[in-house]
Design a protein around this ligand. Structure first.
Ligand SMILES: [Zn+2]
Length: 432
């Protein structure tokens, strides 16, 4: 049996959200996929592959950041403690107009990819302008990326004439479809208020024609319904449903202000939702009805959103926050249990953003995207339950990261890119 990578003597969490821990366990990968995993008593021998000793470490699937704008690391901390409308129109849009160019998108995405990998994220769903540069940065850094080209109805970097925005997106899809094992291209219509009905229809038609996911910010703020130029329904989700945009390949990001009828529309259509609770809290947008979504068996993932509205891309913080934030008002300790938060941040999120089965678990046939967490840290002692990382883990616990069968971080050292150079380039772009 050919094995390229073998991790031995770890505490193995093969299926996030389940209680089962195998201790001591192993994971064996051949190429990009997991060949076998299980107890050490069944561990195969390796002739030529790499062997990593997982003693004292928890092996679990890598985390999936279901929504991000990677280049926005440049704006981290630029405008805090503001509501979304003031933040976006008063600060972010003007900053983007001044700074967004291919070079900025490339270096700031590289920084984001490094930050995500070092905090245990192995997959991100991103949406921005000049998304080629995001895809290139993620591919070089070794982060799996569902890269979605942004479509918006005003002049934007790379699509100065908004009438050409669909053509720009189509060319992006043609450049990346089936071209790189880590990159899956997609379409990201900004929102129902920044895209007119015709643009929304054409963007979704393109996504259908190319068989790629379609992302859209929807129902993020209470005021959003009133900002839609030609509303076809009283709510943003109703508007999208009326346009025929909701299906299993559509991902509605946020859905903070989704009412009961909206949740029914999402459930009936099979559309996915990505919730970004820290971004929604920081921008005072509100809190998504996540417990009601889970009760209806909606497909839900977890996202950090951009670094300007979070301000971290650390999904350990996001998991902790999503589980705790939903326990208050009304008081309900099991609204989003820790095991569920873990599932949203791994297999649940992977499924929502359009990755095929076999993402988000460490079982035979799955994609070899995994992380090793240092259990010797005092805040991770003792290990009672498989969901330990949700409330107690943090980014700095991640020791080793494997994406697509390749070790990209070992003992907290990023092996793929020059991180110092990347940080220096981003500081230069920030004028520092
Ligand atoms: Zn966003």
């Amino acid at each position: 049996m050919k094995i390229d990578l073998l991790i031995t003597n770890c505490v193995l969490l093969p299926v996030p959200g389940a209680e089962t821990l195998i201790d001591p366990g192993f994971v064996a990968a051949c190429g990009s996929h997991i060949l076998q995993s299980g107890p050490m008593s069944e561990c195969p021998t390796v002739e030529f592959g790499t062997v990593l000793d997982g003693q004292g470490q928890l092996a679990m699937p890598g985390l999936v950041n279901g929504h991000c704008h990677a280049p926005m690391t440049l704006f981290r901390g630029l405008a805090d403690d503001l509501d979304l409308t003031t933040w976006l129109h008063g600060h972010i849009f003007p900053a983007e107009a001044r700074t967004v160019c291919p070079e900025m998108v490339y270096w700031c995405s590289k920084l984001a990819a490094a930050e995500m990998l070092l905090s245990g994220t192995t997959t991100v769903a991103d949406g921005y302008f000049l998304e080629d540069e995001v895809a290139r940065a993620c591919a070089e850094t070794g982060l799996r990326c569902v890269a979605a080209q942004a479509v918006i109805d005003f002049p934007a970097p790379g699509a100065e004439d908004p009438r050409k925005n669909i053509e720009v997106a189509e060319r992006f899809l043609a450049r990346w479809q089936g071209r790189h094992p880590l990159i899956s291209p997609a379409v990201f219509a900004h929102s129902p208020y920044a895209c007119g009905n015709d643009t929304l229809l054409r963007a979704k038609a393109l996504a259908r024609r190319r068989n790629v996911p379609f992302f859209i910010h929807a129902a993020e703020t209470r005021d959003e319904a009133g900002m839609i130029a030609e509303p076809l329904a009283p709510t943003p989700i109703g508007h999208l449903a009326h346009l025929g945009l909701l299906d299993r390949d559509t991902v509605c990001v946020h859905c903070v202000w989704a009412d009961e009828q909206d949740l029914d529309l999402l459930a009936q259509s099979g559309a996915g939702v990505v919730t970004c609770p820290q971004s929604n809290a920081k921008l005072a947008s509100g809190r998504a009805p996540l417990a009601a979504m889970l009760q209806r068996n909606l497909r839900v993932g977890l996202g950090a959103d951009g670094a300007a509205s979070n301000n971290s891309l650390d999904l350990f913080r996001e998991m902790d926050f999503v589980a705790k934030a939903h326990k208050v008002q009304p008081n309900n300790a099991v609204a989003v249990p820790a095991a569920r938060a873990l599932q949203l941040a791994t297999s649940g999120g992977a499924e929502v953003i359009g990755l095929s089965a076999g993402h988000g678990t460490l079982t035979a046939g799955s994609v070899a995207d995994l992380i090793l967490i240092d259990l010797a840290q005092p805040h991770l002692q003792p290990l009672h339950r498989s969901r330990l990382p949700v409330y107690s883990g943090c980014a700095a616990d991640v020791r080793t990261v494997v994406v697509n069968g390749r070790v990209v971080i070992h003992n907290r050292r990023l092996l793929t890119i020059d991180l110092q150079e990347t940080c220096a380039q981003v500081r230069r772009l920030a004028g520092q």
